[in-house]
Design a protein around this ligand. Structure first.
Ligand code: HXC
Length: 293
């Protein structure tokens, strides 16, 4: 049985009296972000489509942390619904300080088999959802001259592209562009914008859509990831909280990769040599030295 580590490292009152809005905050990585922000003293707004589930999660979290946790039903693809999230959050909690654009949609598919609606769906959730929320909350912060922090969730393949998740790769790459662009444009108003690029963090929602059993048989994470393990949601959440906190007050426009070195292993042309044995290396060294003579 694996032992759950405690990854939290920020002081407990880091987010006291602040409100963090987390899209998709009721499940998976979003739920881990909710836990960490609440542990740090924040009130949390969980935004999502499944209101029954999120309301239950919110009630449970509110009791666990003795904090205000709202579940607000909204589909981030629709700007007006996000505007309602802002209004409702202000009415119920009085302020909004931080936004985590975590809601995502994704599934593996050969691109030639995707309908244009399927492509739209993923891009709309990931990119449009992110800019809708950023725009609604950003406009409010700018108008009110309020300092704030935005954290976007990208992926490592936002940099490289990836076959079979093409709508997600396109949308996440644009999310990285949004992150860097707004870091410059809004930095002077005290709004920091950063992103995380997580690697393999097994959560039900993502893994069912990205690594169904038939695909899992083809995957060996230990050989794909230099650190030979997958990530834990709680360790990503601790890093997310750090980026949102004043302790990271000089970090702006950063896309922080948290993947155990996975994407670099895929990139280096000679990284495959890590499979060579000591005897293979001896033979190879003899051959490369002979090349001199
Ligand atoms: C092909 C599919 C499909 C699939 C849906 N579609 N699933 N096409 N293969 N598996 C098509 C549908 O047929 C439809 O097109 C269109 O996509 C819209 O589908 P709907 O089901 O109507 O959309 P919706 O109800 O809005 O659901 C969105 C969804 C769903 C993305 C399809 O899976 C969802 O709600 N996901 C949210 C959670 C999620 O995906 N989490 C994983 C994120 S992981 P037609 O033409 O038939 O109308 C992530 C991490 C990346 O981003 C990094 C990992 C390492």
């Amino acid at each position: 049985m694996s032992i759950q580590k405690n990854y939290s490292f920020l002081p407990e009152r880091t987010f006291t009296d602040q409100t963090v809005v987390i899209t998709g905050g009721g499940t998976g990585l979003g739920l881990a972000f909710s836990h960490e922000c609440l542990r740090l003293g924040a009130n949390v707004v969980i935004v999502g489509r499944n209101q029954a589930r999120n309301a239950e999660v919110a009630a449970h979290l509110g009791e666990q942390y003795q904090a205000k946790v709202l579940a607000i039903e909204a589909d981030v693809r629709h700007y007006e619904q996000v505007e309602t999230v802002l209004q409702e959050s202000l009415v119920q909690l009085g302020r909004v300080d931080k936004l985590i654009n975590n809601a995502a949609g994704n599934f593996i598919s050969p691109t030639g088999l995707l309908s244009h609606r399927a492509f739209d769906t993923v891009v709309d959730i990931v990119l449009k959802g992110t800019y809708n929320c950023t725009l609604v909350f950003g406009k409010y912060w700018l108008e009110n001259r309020q300092k704030a922090d935005v954290l976007n969730i990208a992926t490592t393949y936002a940099h490289t592209g990836s076959a079979f998740v093409v709508p997600s790769a396109c949308a996440k790459a644009a999310v990285v562009a949004l992150t860097k662009s707004l870091a410059v444009e809004w930095g002077k108003f005290g709004i920091r914008t950063n992103a995380l690029a997580p690697g393999a963090f097994p959560t039900k929602g993502a893994w069912e859509r990205l690594f169904p059993e038939s695909v899992q048989k083809l995957m060996d994470f230990k050989s794909r990831i230099p650190l030979a393990r997958v990530g834990e949601a709680a360790e990503l959440a601790a890093i997310a909280a750090f980026l949102l906190s004043d302790f990271a007050g000089f970090i702006n426009g950063e896309v922080l990769t948290v993947d155990g070195g996975e994407w670099l292993q895929g990139g280096g042309q000679f990284n495959f040599l890590s499979t060579l044995s000591a005897a293979d290396w001896k033979a190879a060294q003899e051959a490369t030295r002979r090349a001199k003579s």
